[in-house]
Design a protein around this ligand. Sequence first.
Ligand SMILES: [Zn+2]
Ligand SMILES: [Zn+2]
Length: 254
Amino acid sequence: MRTGMDYHIHTYYQRCGNETMTVPNVIRKLEECGLTSVAITDHLNHLGQLEAFKYIKRDIEDTKTDIDVFFGVELNFQACDGEFAYSQEIHDEYGFEVVIGGIHSTYTDSQDMAEVLDIQHRHFMKTMENPLLDALVHPFWFGRGEVDARSPEWWETLIETIPDDYIQTWAETSAKNRCAIELNVAAIFYYDAMSPKFRDNYVDFVERLQKAGAIFSVGSDAHDISQLGRTDYAEGLLDALRVPEAQIFRPAHR
Ligand SMILES: [Zn+2]
Ligand SMILES: [Zn+2]
């Protein structure tokens, strides 16, 4: 059942989304696409980016719409095994309602899959064990430079051969802490740096997490207005895998 969700959207305010991504533009486009419940979640990579969130929040409040719009943020580790630029104080002062985050690097040049997986594992766990976080963003997304440094087959094998104990641990931690694992459209399902086979294998990875009880969120990760509305792909995947409603993330207003 499609309901029109998108809990990962960037804006122009942090200069990450391009100039098409003002809050009023984004909301008008989401209305055209028939979405009903969304979160604007721009990057907070360091505290210098905090100020711009005041303008995002102001524009969400000033834009009239029937869509349920949540004020959110996307966090990134500031270093390998480092911290997010975030705290309970920031959370309360700014009033963020949807907090998503995760790892954005392999943090290694290694071709050893066990080593690469262990680094991802540590950061997935640190994300999902943080009580302020609602979702782990785009597991196994990497920038083009990192993707191109290994062969397509290497990535296909990596995602296909994740050991069961990792899958069990990630799914159980997601369920226990109510921290969703994100189905990300732009960074995974429409990401042409990875091969079609990788993306097929990724669906099997999601199915394994689903059977182990993980909770899922849906995000476009749009940085351009044309990338909004593509979350129907991720919602279709939830349908195809028969993910029960109890395993689908739904935010609440503060
Ligand atoms: Zn990200
Ligand atoms: Zn993002």
